[in-house]
Design a protein around this ligand. Sequence first.
Ligand SMILES: Nc1ncnc2c1ncn2[C@@H]1O[C@H](COP(=O)(O)OP(=O)(O)O)[C@@H](O)[C@H]1O
Ligand SMILES: [Mg+2]
Length: 443
Amino acid sequence: MTGEGVLDLSERLKKAENNCRVSAGQVYGRLYRVNGLCLEARGCVLSTGQRCLIGDDNGVKLEAEVVGFDGGRLFLMPLEPPTSLRSGDWVMPIRTGSRIPVGDELLGRVIDGTGKPLDGLGAIDTKVSTPLESEIINPLRRRPISEPLNVGVRAINAMLTVGKGQRLGLFAGSGVGKSVLLGMMTRYTSAEVTVVGLVGERGREVREFIEHSLGEEGLRRAVVVAAPADSSPVMRLRASRLCHRIAEYFRDQGKDVLLLMDSLTRFAQAQREIALAVGEPPATKGYPPSVFSMLPALVERAGNGENQQGSMTAFYTVLSEGDDQQDPIADAARAILDGHFVLSRELAESGHYPAIDVEQSVSRVMPQVVDKQHLDRALKFRKTLSLYSRNKELLTLGAYRQGTDPEIDQAFSLYPSMSNMLTQGMFEASDFDESVQQLHNLW
Ligand SMILES: Nc1ncnc2c1ncn2[C@@H]1O[C@H](COP(=O)(O)OP(=O)(O)O)[C@@H](O)[C@H]1O
Ligand SMILES: [Mg+2]
């Protein structure tokens, strides 16, 4: 063979090789089984948390997320309610990582768990997008909690002072004024941005909260992420993570952010639905173990940033009926949060709003963020209040005679002004200094 022939052959081979090279094909899987909310696919490899599309010859039917696998069987959970699925429908992975839009354009908007607008005000055109999951800040590098945050509510500012970067639980049953209280905080706090996560509420309540509790004033510097009860559990989990991610974004921009999430219990229930559907055994009161590891993973994301960053203070509502101490989610929440505020049905029924039961509530960082005089006064208030509640039965029964004990006498005479200080109208703001002043004015 001549030299020329060899060259010719190698060139031809190269050309042929180029022609053979095709882009890596998209691997489709097939839908194999539908078991309640859980879909089973086979034939494609995806990682947990990855999203995929399901469809047939007529097009895409819905979007789903991988929630587990067993060998080659993939367990998927749809983001929308599944309709008319068939065995053999294709399952196509979405290769692009899930990114969410963030930026000032989000302020005043209501979005769902994937970041899509729900308020009919058109597309949200943000310049920045970020992955849904964030890097965890080393707890030792977080700035310690040292400054108070004005939440606009007198009973909290004066008696249960919240620190910037604190994580709190708001424990309450239904109808005792949670939404109204969250709305007041959104409107009157001095935090620069408020992010509200409405997870697992009824659809009607979401609307009511936005229209009445939040109003135009509250919405202006707030972002609302809503995944009502009728949305899929995956969507509810996503909404919970999304509101944290958005709050983290604003915190990293150096802002003081207040995150209000209603509710942590519904977040736990969404995870329970998913875990049970993929076969995790229930452990505590029907909750599988994964729920108890996901709660701290979510809550730990709130808190202060590193030196240059702002702060992220978070309130999580926890559904609990007064003396039901058995609820495992309430128990877990108490252990992982830096304080719990209890809303009492008894106070609400007597028209004492906000129905915060100061005696049962505690802000664990208060001593770190207020001055000594303030702390002393708050302690004195607590003592007097407790003296009053322990003896009020005696007074109503006529079994106590004035003058028997000067301290009890004082508690009785002070109680009306104390109670007055703790109550606040829905549309009345109270800043930090005014709240503390009112506490000092009592004595
Ligand atoms: N600060 C307040 N002042 C007056 N009424 C209030 C106040 N907070 C709550 N309420 C009353 O309590 C009702 C229930 O409050 P809501 O926040 O919807 O409860 P929840 O969210 O806990 O179910 C409200 O409709 C309102 O009448
Ligand atoms: Mg409510």
